[in-house]
Each structure stands twice: as C-alpha cells, then as structure tokens.
Design a protein around this ligand. Structure first.
Ligand code: CA
Length: 519
C-alpha cells in the first residue's frame, strides 16, 4: 500500500467517485524537522500561486515558480506558507473547485507539489493548503450528476422546491433555480453549497483532507468556516451544527496528522471566534477583530482602542487558542492602498509591519506586503491579487510572457530587486522585524500585558516568556513622545541597537530590552 492508502485505511474513510481515482504518490512524504518551532510561533506568508512566479513562460504563476523563490522567503525569515486554492477550477481565484484531490494544471502537477513540499520542509517551512469544504464549482462532476438527476449526487447538495427567503453570505440571494427546483449557493450561483448533513459528503471531504496530509501537506486553512452547515431556520453562519462539523474535521485531521495546522477563516465576530476555539477546539483562527483595530489605530493615530482590544483578547480566548494576525489578505484592500491618500505613506506601511510583528499572535504576511505593494488600479478583487513585483519593468520579474493579469503601472521603488539594495526599505524593515521576532521568545510566544502609556497615541506592552521580558512601545502619532510606562532603568532598542533615550519617535515601534539582564 502507498502511504496515503495507509493513511486512509487508518482513518477509516473510503473514497468514491473522482477521489478514488486521485493520482497516487509514489514516494514517502517529508515533514519539517521535529526541532523546528511550533507552527503558531513562526511567521507565515500567504501566496496566490497564480501571481507569485511563472516558471514556464505562459504568464501564469505556478508551483515550480514558487519553489524557485523559496530561498527568498527563507531569507525573509518565513516559517510557513499558506497557498490559496491550488485545485482545478474554472475561475482565476480557485475558490470554486472541480476536484478537491488534484492540482490545477495551470499550476503544475502533483509531483510539482511534492517537490515544493520537500524543498519547503528542507528549509524548515511548513505548507498549508486553502481547503474549500463549503461548496464546489457548479462544473464539479458531482453537481453535474446532481443536475442530471442522479439521486446519490442530488443529495450532495441542498435543494428546495419552495425555497425560504434566505440571504446569501454576501447579501445576494441564497437560492438559485435549476431544472424546476432550487439549490443553495450562499456565495454565488456558480458555487453550490455542499450538503454536510449527508454523511457521504462529509466522508468525501475528510477523505480529500487525508489525501493531502498523506502527501506531506502540513495542514489547512478552512475557507468560509462559519457557513458549512446551515440551520433549518435559516441561520447561515455559526449555526450550532457548524461548530460540531469543525470539531469533527479537526479531530479527524489530527488522527491522521497530529501536528497538522487547522486554521479557520473566521471572518466573523469575536464571540463566535471564541466559540470556535472553546466549543469546537479550533486550533487557529484568523483574527479579523484585531485587524480592524490595527487598521483603525494606524489610520486614526490612536492606540486607545487597540490597547483595549489586546486586553480583551487576553481574557476572552481559551488557553492554547492561536490567532492568525495580519495587515492584509486576498479579501481586503492592501494597506499601502489605504494609506496612499494623497500619496504613498511609507512610514505608516513600516509602522503597520512593526506592529504586526511585535504584537501577540501568529503573523500571516500577504505576498507583496513586505514591499508595501498597493492594489492594482481597478476596484475588483483581482486588483488585490496582482503579480508579485520582483523587479521593475514589464512583467515585473514575475513572467517573461504577458502576465495573466495587468500588474498595473510602474511603481518606482516597489520591487524586490530595488528594495533589497536600498537601506531602510520596507523589505529590509520586514526582514529586521521578522528576524527579531524569530529570535526572541518574548515576541513570538510571550504573554502580553498592556501598560498605561500616558499618551493616547502610545501603545505600551510588556511581553514576557520565561526569563525574557521585553517592552514594545508604539507611537502611532507623528510627534515624538516621552513615556512613563517603563520601570526605572536603562534600555536598549533591539530594532536600532541604540540606547533608549526616553523618547519614542513619531510613527515608530521600539522593542526595548532592560540592560541589567544583558551585561
Ligand atoms: Ca506558468
């Protein structure tokens, strides 16, 4: 038996249909070395494969391209990668999947993925996949069979001849007509919701998860986690049955791969996020609440609400709950674009990076954020997902062919090659802060205490792990500020290496180490 067949047998899951014919691996899977830091203690990087690096001159980013760029990520200090969906799909974004156990031919082959996993693991990096259990593409063979009236597959989806008046996840209609009846599609007509009250469906989805774990994938980011199971009374988000589904999925994943990451796209309110951790045992959630406070603090130049949010999180979340923090992702306008009015505000881009990398949580950097890359010129989602800017000029070093989507106009200074050679660049700033975070337990896994800073623009935190105590002072305003937040003594700022003179410069974050512990 191949490894993944063993995995499936162990898990007690039988695959049917397309999944049973999934390509099989012919070699042993690799994993990160056991002495690597825990997944919640490293800095992660979110990659849209289609836009990261093209390796075969078709204008489309691919897995081999990404593998060729791993040294860049390794040098940056990245310890894990989240791949947006890599499955076959009719769309550019890939969240409408036609086969959950195959690689999109645009991106390469299963062997290319195995090469990527081997190369990442050899560099101490984990790789997790975006996993999309809520819906399939309307072109998925299951949905096509359902439309054709095959009873087995009809029940893979949710049907109603007299649909109730539900709104979808994005505010549009939840039901869509087909063949005299209506099917549920919370996101779009092209994305029919799977019927997770059907045990066959759940087993197919668990089987697909086991398939990827058997290849050596290090876990999953669960897409649309709050929408998986609806209540009969029309509760489409965070229904009681939904928590039970998540609990079951994670238990299954950990039976197959005890150390695998399960991170939820908890794009919802804090009480629900807390409940995924507490009731479903979810290991890691995307911290949308903190993202909102972080953004507001940077734009509003006030630390008051951010400080309150950090205190609240410390008391609300159960022990061991990991929170994936971020300043941007594929669903939100890039920070540099929000801060570009009237012109590019590089100081605040750096400030955001400093905050992300010194606050508690597990930072996830969206590709290009480390350059202060803005959105493309349009307003559609695709503008948040434009090609990575490796160098100036046509094709931006992403492809020698015409890129699949327009990278946008020239942006002097916004590329890896320019910033790698520039002292004080955003890229250099990211590298410095990631290095500091990786080096200091107080930063990557320390407890956090919010201190009274004496100024509304000043955030003062004490971060402690074991014998190490560091102080993070963030000045969100433009004017220099003095602080009375610190215990008496002399301090060194680990960011600049300079002695602390009692003043926090405007729009900057200091990481202070008490001198007496380090003679
Ligand atoms: Ca390509």
């Amino acid at each position: 038996m191949t490894l993944w067949a063993v995995v499936l047998a162990t898990a007690g899951v039988l695959l049917s249909g397309g999944a049973a014919q999934a390509q099989q691996s012919t070699r042993a899977s690799t994993a990160v070395a056991a002495d690597q830091p825990a997944p919640e203690h490293v800095v992660w990087y979110e990659v849209f494969v289609r836009s990261f690096q093209d390796s075969d001159a078709d204008g489309i980013g691919d897995l081999r391209g990404l593998t060729g760029r791993l040294d860049y990520l390794s040098d940056l200090g990245i310890g894990g990668i989240w791949l947006m969906p890599i499955y076959p799909s009719p769309s550019y974004h890939g969240y409408d999947v036609t086969d959950l156990t195959a690689v999109n031919p645009d991106y390469g082959t299963l062997a290319d993925l195995e090469d990527l996993l081997d190369a990442a693991h050899a560099r101490g990096m984990r790789v997790i996949l975006d996993f999309v259990p809520n819906h399939t593409s309307d072109r998925h063979p299951w949905f096509q069979a359902a439309l054709a009236g095959e009873p087995l597959y009809r029940d893979f989806y949710v049907w109603s001849d007299d649909p109730p008046d539900w709104r979808g996840a994005l505010g549009g209609p939840a039901w869509h007509s087909a063949g005299g009846s209506h099917y549920l599609g919370l996101f779009a007509p092209s994305m029919p919701d799977l019927n997770h009250r059907n045990e066959r469906v759940v087993e197919e989805v668990l089987g697909a998860a086991a398939f990827w774990l058997g290849l050596g994938v290090d876990g999953f980011r669960l897409d649309a986690i709050q929408h998986l199971v609806e209540s009969p009374d029309g509760l489409i988000a965070n229904a009681p049955e939904n928590y039970a589904w998540v609990e079951r999925f994670q238990r299954f994943v950990h039976e197959v791969a005890p150390d695998a990451v399960v991170m939820g796209e908890t794009q919802t309110d804090m009480p629900a996020i807390v409940r995924y951790h507490r009731d479903a045992g979810l290991h890691m959630s995307l911290d949308y609440p903190l993202w909102r406070y972080l953004k507001a603090a940077i734009q509003g130049r006030s630390a008051t609400d951010l400080a309150f949010a950090l205190e609240q999180e410390t008391s609300l979340y159960p022990e061991g709950a990991a929170r994936a923090t971020f300043t941007g992702n594929h669903d939100v306008t890039r920070l540099a674009s929000q801060l570009s009015i009237p012109r590019r505000d590089e100081r605040r881009v750096r400030l955001a990076a400093s905050l992300l990398l010194t606050l508690p949580g597990t930072p996830f950097i969206y590709y290009g954020e480390e350059l202060g890359m803005p959105d493309g010129p349009g307003t559609l989602d695709v503008e948040k997902r434009t090609p990575m800017r490796w160098q100036p000029g046509r094709g931006v070093g992403f492809s020698t062919a015409t890129p699949w989507t327009d990278p946008g106009p020239d942006l002097p200074g916004v590329s890896v090659s320019e910033q790698a050679a520039e002292q004080g660049s955003v890229l250099e700033h990211y590298r410095t802060l990631i290095g500091l975070r990786n080096e200091h337990p107080a930063l990557h896994r320390g407890d956090t205490r919010v201190l009274a800073s004496g100024a509304s623009a000043l955030l003062a935190l004490e971060r402690t792990a074991g014998t190490e105590t560091l102080y993070v002072l963030a000045n969100l305003g433009a004017r220099d500020l003095e602080t009375r937040a610190l215990p008496a003594g002399a301090y060194t700022d680990l960011v600049s290496g300079a002695a602390f003179a009692g003043v926090v410069p405007g729009l900057s974050v200091l990481v202070l180490r008490p001198d007496q512990n380090h003679r």
